[in-house]
Design a protein. Structure first.
Length: 301
């Protein structure tokens, strides 16, 4: 088999990771000891069965206000250049720093989290096996980030098709991919991630679906996107284009979780971003293509 010449490439091989630190980070990800009040973990909002998203439009973790935006999925983070809907961070560790300190999320610090872990049975020994200097605030962050980098999904049916396996996807899914190209979806959902690292205004052909102003917390609405990072008027409603990888698992869709199904999301994107109305057969074919983008999780090496 020979790789097809297409504007989308298969995902590259995953980076080599430290398996002991990945395993430690997996336990930290699910531990409420990382939160200031001991009520939530990272896994409270990012669920494996939902592609490391939440499965709800707005997460309602114990003791926290509902999130303004739909929780992003964490799959394939090692290939990202920007993190959060607004792309406020260009480094995964900096993103973790912001989340751990956010009073509406984890509400703590790495130092305080390390102290709680040190006082709990078993954690010192696990860190000593994974790090030469054992349990430190920096190593708590490092183990958690190593685990997040491990959440890579490779070898989807579409990747196998790109690599030359003509039987990997159905004729309907292949037709959906060609429609995805010809209708213009690929202009934003591009690259190996089919999105993830590009910013685009929500509402190219019509007014944005989001409303400006204050959110439920009284702070500026998170739907303002890049505007909150840059302060530039042209960045109002500009959001990071989400990856389409593993999208079959991450419903509901869009930044506000307003599309319950892939078919609804395809309709909305065609109308608002492309100014097009799709026929039922076209929409169904594109959905079949999107379903071919899910692959198994790569093992840490």
């Amino acid at each position: 088999m020979s790789q097809r010449s297409e504007p989308i490439l298969p995902l590259p091989p995953a980076a080599a990771l430290d398996a002991s630190r990945v395993a430690l980070g997996a336990s930290l990800f699910q531990s409420p000891l990382l939160s200031g009040d001991g009520r939530v973990s990272c896994g409270s909002c990012h669920l494996e069965r939902h592609g490391w998203a939440d499965g709800a439009a707005h997460t309602r973790a114990p003791g926290r206000p509902p999130t303004e935006l739909n929780v992003p999925a964490l799959t394939n983070l090692q290939f990202y250049h920007y993190f959060s809907w607004a792309g406020a961070y260009d480094d995964l560790s900096a993103h973790a720093d912001a989340l751990i300190a956010n009073q509406d999320l984890m509400g703590t610090s790495w130092e305080a989290a390390a102290e709680r872990l040190a006082a709990a049975p078993g954690w010192r020994e696990r860190f000593t096996r994974a790090f030469p200097d054992g349990l430190t605030p920096g190593n708590v962050r490092a183990a958690l980030v190593e685990y997040e980098r491990s959440l890579t999904s490779l070898d989807s049916p579409f990747d196998r098709w790109l690599q030359g396996d003509t039987t990997a996807i159905s004729p309907e899914a292949e037709q959906g991919y060609r429609l995805f190209e010809s209708r213009g979806c690929i202009s934003c959902h591009q690259g190996a991630l089919l999105g993830g690292n590009l910013f685009q205004r929500l509402g190219v052909m019509h007014e944005p679906r989001a409303e400006a102003g204050a959110g439920s917390t009284g702070k500026p609405s998170a739907a303002l996107g890049r505007f909150l990072v840059t302060g530039l008027e042209e960045d109002r409603y500009v959001l990071r284009v989400p990856t389409l990888r593993n999208i079959a698992l991450t419903a509901p869709y869009l930044h506000d979780g307003s599309a319950a199904t892939l078919a609804q999301a395809v309709d909305i994107m065609a109308e608002y971003q492309l100014g097009k109305l799709l026929g039922p057969d076209e929409k169904q074919s594109i959905v079949q293509f999107l379903l071919s983008l899910s692959g198994p999780r790569a093992e840490a090496r």
